[in-house]
Design a protein around this ligand. Structure first.
Ligand SMILES: NC(=O)c1ccc[n+]([C@@H]2O[C@H](COP(=O)([O-])OP(=O)(O)OC[C@H]3O[C@@H](n4cnc5c(N)ncnc54)[C@H](O)[C@@H]3O)[C@@H](O)[C@H]2O)c1
Length: 354
């Protein structure tokens, strides 16, 4: 992993150990942990909520490699310490155990707000908690940004488009979401969080960035959380039946995690004001095609089983990314076979060592 240039003065090391906060009764503005990490002399201090999760841990890696001091804030519900194990000895990295439904305070210049369960299996387990995480988590990130004069990034989602009637989906599309369905805790939670972000920008001039993330995959996804890429790979590697919901003709676009994180960094670094920006890979594949590719690449003999489509499952998904291309010079560079190869290698090893 690259370090900051050595000619820079050494930053004050932040603490390595995981800290646990006092829980629900914690009052707003109270700092999490007993001694919050202090601002380094030269490094910008960046907060990543949800930093122990799949995307968050990759983002922490890139930020550390780029010379930032990073604090990951996570309640470890779907994330894990294992995702950040390799940063244990990194003096510029701190993991703080905290639930973003409770307020917190840290001396930071940038905030990436990623904390939220992202797979249907997890966000539907406790829909009220999901909704609160989205809404209260957004308020607390925005309040921190306001208090500290920090730039704040929201990990929004293509789910704000629901089951889209416009294809591909541009940022100007308002979406087609069932507000009372089983996916609404996540979809409407993320929509309301976007509303909060733009209201804070209008009302308090908070410096916001909002990315609408489309399906992203890569190493450190959880093996059994129902997301289609990890599901297929794990089932194929274990020789279990490949579960296809519906007839497999529904489409998805798959973005490799490194590409996505590059998009985050470009959006956060750009000083121009932005509306929401789609980040995803516009390559569109049917779920049946994905199953085919995974079976071929793993050399698996698993057979396919078909199950009914879950309620409100979107039939087509593909990002329109001209805003990201024109304003950030960003587009994905990792093709699906290349990304699948890396992800399969990760799961092969994870399964072997489990
Ligand atoms: N992966 C995708 O394809 C995708 C697509 C669209 C949007 N997103 C968004 O990106 C973000 C990261 O997604 P991911 O795929 O890495 O999911 P993930 O579940 O791996 O990561 C979410 C992290 O947030 C933490 N978390 C959840 N609730 C929390 C709470 N109340 N307080 C503190 N921490 C909490 C979890 O422990 C986990 O570490 C999420 O906000 C998600 O909605 C992801």
């Amino acid at each position: 992993m690259t370090r900051a240039p050595s000619r820079k003065p050494k930053p004050r090391a932040t603490k390595l150990a995981t800290k646990r906060t006092r829980g629900r009764g914690q009052r707003a503005r109270r700092s999490v942990g007993k001694r919050p990490p202090r601002r380094g002399r030269t490094r910008k201090q960046v907060l990543v909520t949800g930093g122990a999760g799949f995307i968050g841990s990759h983002l922490c890696d890139r930020l550390i490699a780029n010379g930032y001091a990073v604090v990951a804030l996570d309640n470890l519900t779907t994330g894990s310490r294992k995702n950040l194990e390799h940063l244990r000895r990194e003096p510029s990295f701190t993991l703080i155990e905290h639930d973003v439904r409770e307020a917190y305070d840290l001396p930071v210049q940038q905030i990436f707000n990623l904390a939220c369960p992202a797979s249907p299996v997890h966000y539907q387990t406790d829909p009220v908690a999901t909704w609160k995480t989205s809404i209260f988590g957004a308020v607390h990130a925005l309040e921190l940004a306001r208090r500290r004069g920090a730039r704040v990034f929201q990990a929004s989602t293509s789910e704000v488009y629901g089951d889209p009637t416009v294809h591909p989906q541009p940022e100007s599309y308002w979406g087609n979401v069932n507000p009372i369905g089983i996916r609404a805790c996540y979809d409407e939670g993320k929509r309301a969080a976007e509303t909060l972000f733009f209201d804070y920008a209008r009302r308090y001039r908070t410096d916001i960035r909002v990315a609408r993330i489309f399906n992203t995959y890569g190493p450190r996804m959880l093996p059994h959380d129902g997301r289609v890429v990890s599901n297929f790979i794990v089932q194929a590697l274990k020789g279990e039946p490949i579960t296809i919901y519906g007839d497999g003709s529904q489409t998805r676009s798959f973005c490799y995690v490194d590409d996505l994180v590059e998009g985050f960094l470009r959006l956060m670094a750009d000083n121009a004001p932005h509306g929401p920006v789609n980040l995803g890979n516009p390559g569109e594949f049917t779920v049946a095609e994905l199953a085919e590719k995974v079976l071929a690449m793993t050399g698996s003999r698993s057979h396919r089983v078909f199950k009914p489509l879950p309620a409100d499952d979107p039939t087509r998904r593909r990002p329109e990314i001209s805003v990201a291309q024109e304003k950030l010079g960003w587009k994905p560079t990792v093709a699906l076979p290349q990304g699948l190869e890396r992800t399969i290698a990760y799961f092969r090893q994870a399964i072997a060592s489990s």
